[in-house]
Design a protein around this ligand. Sequence first.
Ligand code: FEO
Ligand code: CA
Ligand code: CA
Length: 673
Amino acid sequence: MRDYENDYPAPIQSPDWEHGDERPSNTSGNPSFYDVIEARASRRGFLMGGLAAAISGMVGAGLASRGALAGTGAPLLGFTPVPVSKADAVVVPEGYHAQVFARWGDAISGDMPAFHGANTGAEQGHQIGQNHDGQHFFAIEGSSGDGLYVLNHECIEPRFLHAEGYKGKPLSSRDVLWHDGARDDDEVLKEMNAHGVSVFRVQRQAQGWAIVSDLRNRRITALTPMEIAGPVRGTAHVVTKYSPRGTATRGTLNNCAHGVTPWNTYLAAEENWAGYFSNPDAQPREHARYGLSSKPEGGRYGWHLARGGADEFVRFDARAKGADATQDYRNEPNCFGWMVEIDPFDPDKPPVKRTHLGRFAHEGVVFQKAEPGKPVVCYSGDDARFEYIYKFVSRDVYQPGESDGSILDHGTLYAARFDPDGRGEWLALAPGHNGLTPDAGFADLADILVNTRAAADVAGATKMDRPEWGAVDPATGEVYFTLTNNTRRTEAQVDPANPRSKNQFGHIIRWREARGDAASTTFDWDLFVIAGDPATSRTFDGVALDEDNIFCCPDGLWFDPDGRLWIQTDIGESAQNTGDFAQFGNNQMLAADPRTGEIRRFLTGPLGQEITGVCTTPDQRTMFVGIQHPGATTTPEDHAGGRSVSHWPDGGDAVPRSALVVITREDGGKIGA
Ligand code: FEO
Ligand code: CA
Ligand code: CA
């Protein structure tokens, strides 16, 4: 996530530091387990010694104690941990090398426009976008030196995007960018083109990794035509002036993490899309439950205020204005909040919004290993305070070589309830199930999906501490999810799956589906690690974190093929290197052995950024890691004076740029081993 306040432009030093999500919008009365935690706690003796004992007991009593993780093999972690860092640099372990790669503004298509601070909107449409997030290396013919790289751009840093326009001018963004209450058209175009997804061919060459020209290189942006598929396609919910039949839309927004399908396509998640819209009128639940701004200027960039009034800009004004929905953009917000499928190998295929995976602030999606003859199963978190974790099970079975994205258009979406006894249940969000009836306000499946959050409220799912990335252990099928933080959880709202009030450091939960059946509707769960300092952190077997691995605010999460669990952190900008967070230094990436609970810090990033996204080539000898929004902790005063806390990666007095780093070992070995 990129830690944006709902009411953009946020003060750079916001006291509400962990806001990343849009403003809390879950006002449902679902129990948060206060009434049952005491029973569980007293059975296991959690309450004997304050928070640490309670946490230790809690995390020690789950899957591990039931033998789920029995057995150990060769050590998975073979590198020397790096210390916490406050340097404006990427630091990797001894014996490793990091190369800067794929910076915001690097050209990938068209006439390959060179990067500079005054690039036009059209030029940005041929360059890598800003604020790198989810990503994947799609090998070409199995190669570990040649592939198509797909990279999400979650959002933008306007003051860096329009760097030359800002120089020496007073900050906030609005002071500079709002011109007499309007926006300059080309600035808006540039912002839209800095969003979305980049697809570009990459090759390992003698001097390192390089972007190479290819007909499949393309930018997908906030303007790209897309199909709507699944149960919501063709319904009144998505009828707009642009698509009177409700089958298409334009653009994808706030693409946070991603997923890779069993048929080797890419899914980009639409996370904090609500802030791009404005609706000052009485909002229907499909606006209100997602936190749309009621301010005329909108919550974030004010694109609908573009002076020229072009249709692709004004659609972010979601008021009902015309005679019916074919005359305006009252339904435009219903076209966002989905998972978007992209086939990197076919540039002529439009991206497809797969509506059966639900509509919410999708962080990402992660698939169970697909088994021939069995349903496809995937999981997705809704990253906002007190929102839910979801699972989708396809109706049809997976057939290698035949199944494609359309298998995601039929099935069942579930929301998770984590029970205090370490068991859990998947609650079907389907007509007639779990209270989802017309009388309760859910007319049909499309209505449930457009209003996924409201449906999960009614079904009684467990309110979580901001679900971010998920990952599936390739050896066991166990599913891990980061819960990054939630300082608004009160003592009365504590539950075993979210065991800390004012949870500022976050934790990682995991579960195992019943009978090892990915499609099961029940599961066992425990907490893999409670993050934080040595005093309050614990791994599942009760060990405190120490100087080699303290971390907080887990966000990115990925299993490599050997079963190393890579954990990335996102301490919000206003908290980084201050107060309780100073001990953690800059955001970092760690590797964990899920069998033993051992965790080691592998990488630390530059100032002001968050670490976002990681993958390797098939041979695991090249790793790609995302560095998002370096320099974002720069104060308004410093920015106005032409100073930035970070000049990474170009150095000197250069504007900071999101980029990837390519990590290799000097001995050519596997990363992390
Ligand atoms: Fe985009 Fe929740 O991180
Ligand atoms: Ca985050
Ligand atoms: Ca994130």
